[in-house]
Design a protein around this ligand. Structure first.
Ligand SMILES: Nc1ncnc2c1ncn2[C@@H]1O[C@H](COP(=O)(O)OP(=O)(O)O)[C@@H](O)[C@H]1O
Ligand SMILES: N[C@@H](CCC(=O)OP(=O)(O)O)C(=O)O
Length: 269
């Protein structure tokens, strides 16, 4: 049943993190970006409507100014994002054009959902692009999104942004690519006996603890924002798959319903 829902998914949001797009040495991972552009174009050519939520602006910006460490200062990160975003888009432009695929850039903040007019305006833009067969490429508008200000936004969280985008466009499926094979019962980078969850039907205390949440024995990592994204998807009765983005061609298998990564889906009645 869930497999059929994956196969039938018409609107798909794909989120890629910096770890998929940038090598640990700070260089752009052209192979991964090429694969990503090839696969997403393949999906569009197969009749799907695809939105890409892509991080990487700060990473590309660091490469452009020759920084090896991400600065702690938020304004410095914002400046790097401003530098890197255009570089990132120019790589996408170049690589997607190899496959004849058109793209558009959308920069959003997390609070777009809270303002009906902003939400509607965003939806209108997405709808036009998707109807024209264009892939919208979304990133957070890092210039205006700042941590813990009177905005309800949190800087640098494209995981939740991808769930917000999924909700705006009413996507059936969110494919979240990360640097890990899925969601485990504890952090596999610390515990070699960690076990992969193949399916999660609700985000409960056990899941939050495994992700390094409050009171966790296992701590660390960016799993919490991924679980929050999954929670949003489940609340809207939509699916999310968390899988390893090392080889973005995995997306072909994921949309076919192959049992890879962790599938977040509401329990079937
Ligand atoms: N229960 C868990 N299952 C899987 N990964 C976990 C878990 N708890 C913590 N992590 C950590 O979360 C990391 C993935 O999050 P993050 O580094 O933010 O990835 P990305 O750059 O793809 O957004 C993993 O590499 C791992 O170190
Ligand atoms: N918007 C910023 C980072 C956002 C973010 O969530 O990064 P990541 O954890 O790599 O998905 C950028 O493009 O660099």
């Amino acid at each position: 049943m869930a497999k059929k829902r994956q196969l039938d998914a018409k609107r798909i949001v794909v989120k890629v993190g910096t770890s998929t797009l940038i090598h640990p040495n700070g260089k752009v991972n052209f192979h991964a970006i090429d694969q990503l552009c090839y696969v997403l174009t393949g999906l569009v050519n197969d009749g799907k409507q695809v939105v890409l939520v892509s991080s990487g602006a700060i990473g590309v910006g660091m490469g452009q100014v020759g920084l090896h460490e991400r600065p702690e200062s938020i304004p410095a990160q914002q400046a790097l994002a401003a530098i890197g975003q255009s570089g990132l888009m120019s790589v996408y432009q170049q690589r997607f054009s190899l496959y004849g695929q058109r793209i558009g850039q959308i920069l959003l903040t997390h609070d777009v959902l809270e303002y009906p007019l902003s939400r509607q305006n965003a939806l209108n833009t997405f709808n036009s692009l998707l109807e024209w067969g264009v892939i919208p490429i979304v990133n957070e508008n890092d210039t205006v999104a700042v941590d813990e200000m009177d905005h309800h936004t949190k800087f640098g969280d494209n995981d939740q942004l991808s769930a917000i985008v999924s909700s705006i466009v009413d996507a059936d499926l969110l494919v979240m690519l990360s640097d890990i094979d899925g969601f485990f019962d504890k952090n596999p980078r610390k515990y070699s006996d960690a076990k992969l969850f193949e399916r999660i039907t609700k985000i409960d205390e056990t899941a939050l603890e495994a992700a390094g949440g409050k009171g966790s024995k296992f701590g660390t990592g960016g799993m919490m924002t991924k679980l929050k994204a999954a929670q949003r998807m489940l609340e809207n009765d939509k699916m999310m798959i968390l899988a390893n983005g090392q080889d973005p061609a995995i997306i072909f298998d994921l949309v076919k319903g192959e049992p890879l990564g962790t599938l977040f889906v509401k329990e079937e009645k």
